[in-house]
Structures are given as C-alpha cells and as structure tokens.
Design a protein around this ligand. Structure first.
Ligand code: ATP
Ligand code: MG
Length: 317
C-alpha cells in the first residue's frame, strides 16, 4: 500500500433496473434507478470504503447521471481527479432485467457514451504515475481508449515495482472487436492476481476443467487465483499449490449485480493491507454476500467495521 493507491480504469455508468422478473425490455415496464454503477466504479468505491487509497481513470457526461456517480465516489474517498467530464457525450448506462432462472438481459450504452471517451489525459497520467497497483476490469477492455490507458498503467506501475490484478469479466455482449481479445491476453499475461467467476476461469485458461485450468494459469506465472462461486462461496489457489475454500454466508439475495466487484475489491484491499489469503478470502466473501442484500450494485459496499460485524453475526451455508 505504501507504494501508492490502487487505480482502476473504465466505465462509469448508471444502472436502471426492471422492477419485475422476465425476459428483456420489449414492452413498457416499471423501472428503478438511476443507481451508480460500472464494474470499475463499484470496485474502486469498495476499495475506498475499506480505507484503501483508491483512484479511477474514467469519463462521464456533464449531466446528473455523471454527477450522481462522481459525488458518490468522492464522498466515499475515491480520488476523482482523473474522471473527465465530457461536454459532448452523455454518461453511459446499463438497463438490466432478471429472468426467472437468474440470467440477466442487458441494454448497454457504453461505447457511444462518455464512458467510450476514456483516454490517456494528463490527469490520468498523473494518477497512474502515483499508483502502486492497477486493477483491470475485463469490461473496460471493450473500450479502445480504456485499453490504451490500461496497457500504459500496467507498464508504468510494473516499472515502479507495483502489482496487477485482473477480473476477466468481459461479457459476450461487450466483445466488440479483435482489440478486446488481444488486450485480454496481454492483461492476463501481466496479472499477479486473477479473480474469475464461474466459466471465466475456463475462458481465461482455454481449458474446461477446474483443476487443469487453475494449474495452467499458475504455471503461466499468475501468483494467486481467487475463484468466485456465487452462493457457493469462493476458493483461493496459490502458486505453491495451496488451496483454501470458503463457504458462502447465508443471506437473502436481493440483487446479485456488483457482488463480484465488491468481492474482488475486498480481497485485494485486504491483501494490500498485509492480511493472509485466508483472512482476505473471508472478508471478500463477506463483502460479496453483503452486496447482494441491497438493491443497486454500489449500494451494498462495506467498510472494514461493517465486514467484521457481518462476519461475526452471519451464519455460513
Ligand atoms: P457479478 O454479479 O458482479 O458479475 P460475479 O459473477 O463476478 O458477480 P459472484 O460469484 O456472483 O461473482 O459473487 C462474488 C462473491 O460474492 C461470491 O464468491 C460469494 O462470496 C459472494 N456471493 C455472491 N452471491 C452470493 C449469495 N447469493 N449468497 C452469499 N454470497 C454470495
Ligand atoms: Mg455472478
């Protein structure tokens, strides 16, 4: 942590949710929102709420959707100096509706919103020049300007002796061009910590078996893999073949969006604060579980004090 803040790059969005379960948006329906969102934004907000030094390179419009986000991040302690405010583009958005089986339908406006305008501004260079860690969100790799910033940040932070984490959550809706896939592989090659969820482990390794996929990724030089298993909890795999499984906390799931982002931020922040993988995994599980009990992806982020209380009082599955 002494080396400098954790920095991430990518989309800031508002999220607008259907209030009913069903298939998509092809008829008028009741919606709720806007809620602050965007995987990198949720992640960095959770880092700051836990008392970790945190900053984000991003872009919003000069509108209320942008102000809603920037105000929240600033209030929670995130360095917002590298969030550009575009006069020409509106803040990005994601509309989401859950299906009965838990699958989600999205309507994204990212690439052609202010979020698509993320780039290597002087303020971005300044923040990255002070960073001790870069966290890469797969979702951001769908934005060409963000890719450039991410690759620059990896090089800069690496040269300063810092570290890199990667959440390979590049959804198929966002796999827009070859550049996304190329940069995905570059980031994977640079990562010290990988935070996949479910199938993403297989995609990253190019192998369809959990044990083989983990072994292959560790072999390729990744130091730690933390696999998110939703309501099944999570597992840690270390370079020396250690494995730690952590059962999920028993909670009522209200809104699963954002669980993986808070989980990753809690794990990383605990590790950067010097906790063991076991302790970090327990806190991350708590952060993910707490997040799903609140409507809105960023509404369930936690402080360390809240996590400790949650761990003490919540039964496990
Ligand atoms: P996202 O929905 O943000 O994409 P993800 O798929 O990356 O999330 P998940 O595995 O769904 O990640 O959730 C991350 C972590 O949060 C899990 O590993 C678990 O610790 C916790 N978690 C998620 N859902 C639940 C749940 N229903 N009950 C308890 N814990 C949960
Ligand atoms: Mg999930």
């Amino acid at each position: 942590e002494a080396l400098g803040p954790t920095v991430t790059v990518g989309e800031i969005l508002v999220e607008i949710m259907a209030t009913t379960v069903g298939a998509g948006f092809r008829e008028p329906q009741a919606l709720t929102g806007p809620y602050p969102s965007g995987a990198p934004a949720i992640f960095i907000d959770q880092v700051a709420r836990m008392g970790g030094a945190a900053g984000i390179v991003a872009s919003v419009g000069n509108d209320d959707f942008g102000r809603l986000n920037v105000d929240r991040l600033r209030q929670d302690g995130v360095d917002v100096s590298a969030i550009a405010v575009s006069e020409d583009w509106p803040t990005g958005s994601a509309f989401v509706r859950y299906r009965p089986d838990g699958a989600r339908d999205f309507v994204f406006n990212i690439a052609r919103s202010a979020a698509g305008q993320v780039g290597l501004t002087p303020a971005a260079k300044d923040l990255i020049g002070r960073a001790g860690h870069v966290h890469v969100m797969g979702t951001a790799l769908s934005i060409p300007g963000a890719r450039e910033v991410i690759l620059y940040a990896i090089e800069t932070v690496r040269a300063r002796g810092g570290s890199i984490s990667f959440d390979p959550n590049l959804r198929k809706e966002l796999l827009t061009d070859d550049g996304a896939l190329d940069s995905f592989n570059q980031v994977l090659g640079a990562a010290d910590l990988l935070l996949p969820s479910g199938e993403e482990l297989f995609t990253a390794a190019g192998l369809n078996d959990e044990v083989a996929a983990v072994a292959s990724l560790l072999e390729s030089g990744i130091g730690e893999i933390v696999l998110k298993r939703g309501e099944q909890g999570a597992s840690f795999f270390g370079r020396d073949r250690q494995r730690v499984d952590c059962a999920a906390f028993a909670v009522d799931e209200i809104d699963p969006t954002g669980a993986g982002d808070s989980f990753g931020a809690a794990y990383l922040t605990c590790r950067r604060k010097g906790m063991t993988p076991d302790a970090a995994l327990l806190h991350a599980n708590a952060a993910g579980a707490r997040n799903v009990t609140r409507l809105g992806p960023m509404e369930g982020v936690s402080t360390l004090v809240e996590l400790a209380a949650f761990i003490a009082e919540t039964p496990r599955r």
